[in-house]
Design a protein around this ligand. Structure first.
Ligand code: AMP
Length: 286
């Protein structure tokens, strides 16, 4: 029998469904996305299916997390293709509200992330993580997930959400899912379709640079040297402009120290129409 997937647009209906699941004692795995699905999203679904009775995916391009002049309008969208992929992956329910349903009026209460937003994308996209937390808080309240799945590709987002959940005692367990890549190393992203053919050829240099940085760091324990070599490799091989290229402690996103147990090598590159991010997280001994 073909797997049946429900698509719900209304919050009220969504809450009704969730109460039905909960009454039956079912666990809910939640995968928040902005759609235009790819294998990265599907890896989150796969893990969610393995660990829960029901999988709920949200598809919502969240205007609150885009700044003025960013790509909210041109962010790639394709509902029918998303439904087909989500059905095939075994998602039970897609929650796809429109902007008015999610934000019926201007909010007067704001949530702001702490220090973890004072680095990386938080620096170049002011307000971005405020918008992420706003939508995540609303979605958590609507869906009441047992477990919620986030990709390590967006490592800063993941770190901030982990802190959010801990600080405010949300009843959901945050699960980290490793980055899924193309065969040439480029991290899968909905935004990759916005690269020109030439940029697409250059883009794998980002992961090559991070891999080089990892080697340099492991050999020398010298973060600055790793940064320098990563930067140089990208500058020499790509038309994209480096927004940041940094080695930091993870998940604090402060300067790394000898007692750091994990560090992140993180990079953002601005191409003509799109900005790509990627990272490698290294477990190091304290
Ligand atoms: P997005 O639709 O880009 O907001 O992403 C939705 C979720 O999918 C986030 O938790 C992302 O971190 C995750 N994700 C996006 N790309 C990848 C990838 N290449 N590998 C693993 N997870 C990903």
């Amino acid at each position: 029998m073909k797997h049946k997937m429900k698509v719900i647009n209304s919050i009220q209906q969504m809450k009704k469904m969730i109460h039905r699941y909960k009454k039956q004692g079912e666990t809910i795995g939640f995968v928040p996305t902005m759609g235009y699905l790819h294998e990265g999203h599907l890896a989150l679904v796969k893990q969610a299916k393995e660990e829960n009775d029901f999988v709920v995916m949200s598809i919502f391009v969240n205007p609150a997390q885009f700044g003025p002049g960013e790509d909210y309008e041109t962010y790639p969208r394709n509902e029918q293709r998303d439904f087909a992929l989500a059905t095939e992956a075994g998602v039970n329910l897609v929650f796809m509200p429109d902007v008015v349903e999610m934000y019926p009026r201007e909010s007067t209460i704001h949530i702001s992330p702490g220090n973890q937003a004072n680095a990386l994308c938080g620096m170049s996209r002011p307000g971005h993580f405020d918008g992420v937390l706003k939508v995540i808080l609303k979605l958590f309240n609507m869906i009441e997930p047992t477990r919620s799945y986030f990709g390590m590709k967006d490592a800063q987002q993941l770190a901030i959400i982990e802190t959010f959940v801990e600080d405010f005692n949300f009843n959901t367990e945050i699960r980290r899912v490793p980055t899924v890549r193309e065969a040439d190393g480029l991290a899968k992203s909905s935004r990759n379709v916005r690269l020109s053919a030439e940029e697409r050829n250059e883009a794998p240099i980002i992961y090559q640079a991070l891999t080089l940085g990892k080697q340099v760091f492991l050999e020398t324990q010298d973060g600055e040297e790793a940064e320098k070599q990563m930067r140089q490799l990208i500058e020499e091989n790509s038309s994209g402009k480096i927004d940041y290229m940094t080695v930091l402690d993870y998940p604090s996103l402060k300067k790394w120290t000898r007692s750091s147990s994990e560090i992140i090598l993180a990079c953002a590159v601005q191409f003509e129409k799109t900005r790509l991010i990627d990272n490698i997280i290294l477990k190091i001994k304290g």
